[in-house]
Design a protein around this ligand. Structure first.
Ligand code: AGP
Length: 369
């Protein structure tokens, strides 16, 4: 299959810009847009009410999608989640619940560790549901249920559109499980589906204002280390933002849960380390803002990614501000906030003259252990 870059300089840029479309397409596959409810293209062939927990395993960015989905599965489906990276999970000898549900996540569907995690789960009587982007892949073939991400081929080694499509599938799955388990009312489901349906439009809005990210990227490109902070679903997003920056620019970066700051990383704070704070308007905004102020009080180099109301609430000196739409709020804001994290890493890499689509030492699909 021949995929071209269109008018973009890099595949990654094209794939970032495709997100409103491919996330919209993925959502349309899992939702009934007319009634504003979830409608999965497959039936659960396990008893959703009898589940006590879900196990999730994946690698890299796909793992972060799972980590983020944990917040949704716990909140909307009242399912506890055991999640681990596949290279650890496969050897942990984890006891698994009888007739439990295992979800594996993989863009390529060929990642060796994720496949091994799947096979372990199958051997231990789990129903395996895979969220994959390649329908013909080994992981898809060996799963009981396949939930496709309709991202289209992803060429850039750094995963972008596959990630947001994985989030879209997980969001729909969490709502469907919530309904099937009788813990989510139809009214609440409709409110949440409306939020999901709004995300592609919000993504497009963020992409339209891409130029604002360039000065922030030039600033970050001078650093030798960068910290990403987030709370709730923004915590896995902080991990993902740090991974993107590492892969693309070779700048050391770490993601941290904002509330964990004072348990160690706050010792790092000085003006040489940019601190990127992901602060969507969600249930934890107030707490995130207070963590931001802790950084500000120590002379930190703050870059805020959030709505203007967060900037006003922070009332702190900012070295950079990536303004996000006020309406990118609530439980699924992470789908929209993934974009500035991707764009920042992309522009830092371009500015530094790195190989954006093919970073050193990395392979698109890791088929060996
Ligand atoms: C993401 O930017 C990475 N290149 C990498 O972490 C990737 O997500 C991981 O290797 C998993 O790949 P998969 O989704 O194809 O299984």
């Amino acid at each position: 299959l021949q995929v071209d870059k269109g008018h973009y300089r890099h595949y990654m840029a094209k794939e970032i810009h495709e997100q409103p479309e491919v996330v919209g397409r993925t959502l349309a596959h899992y939702l009934d847009l007319a009634s504003g409810t979830v409608r999965l293209p497959f039936a659960f062939d396990f008893d959703a009410r009898a589940l006590s927990r879900v196990t999730i395993s994946a690698c890299g960015t796909a793992f972060y999608a799972g980590l983020l989905a944990r917040y949704w599965l716990e909140r909307f489906a009242r399912l506890s989640v055991d999640i681990d990276i596949a290279s650890e999970f496969r050897y942990r000898e984890a006891p698994l619940p009888e007739r439990g549900l295992m979800i594996v996540v993989s863009q390529s569907g060929e990642t060796a560790d994720t496949l091994a995690a799947l096979r372990y789960a199958r051997a231990h009587g789990q129903h395996v549901l895979s969220i994959v982007n390649v329908e013909t892949s080994t992981i898809a073939r060996e799963s009981d249920t396949v939930a496709l991400t309709l991202a289209g081929p992803e060429i850039g080694v750094a995963s972008t559109k596959a990630f947001t499509c994985q989030l879209a599938v997980f969001a729909c799955l969490a709502l469907a499980l919530g309904r099937a388990r009788g813990v989510l009312t139809e009214e609440r489901e409709k409110e949440l589906v409306a939020e999901l349906i709004a995300t592609p439009g919000l993504m497009a809005q963020v992409l339209k204002d891409e130029a604002r990210i360039e000065p922030v990227a030039r600033d970050v490109a001078r650093a030798s280390s960068v910290l990403y902070l987030g709370r709730g679903p923004s915590y896995p997003l902080a991990l993902e933002g740090a991974l993107k920056l590492k892969e693309l620019s070779y700048i050391h970066a770490e993601g941290y849960a904002a509330g964990e700051l004072k348990h160690g990383p706050i010792a790092l704070i000085d003006f040489s380390i940019p601190v990127v704070v992901l602060a969507p308007h969600d249930a934890s905004l107030e707490k995130t803002v207070s963590n931001l102020q802790e950084v500000a009080a120590r002379g930190g180099h703050l870059i805020l990614v959030g709505p203007n109301s967060a900037k006003v609430a922070a009332a702190a000196d900012l070295a950079g501000f990536i303004e996000m739409p006020e309406t990118a709020a609530g439980a699924f804001a992470a789908l929209v906030y993934a974009l500035p994290a991707q764009l920042l890493a992309y522009h830092v890499s371009v500015f530094m003259g790195k190989d954006v689509d093919q970073p050193r030492n990395l392979a698109k699909s890791v088929t060996v252990e």
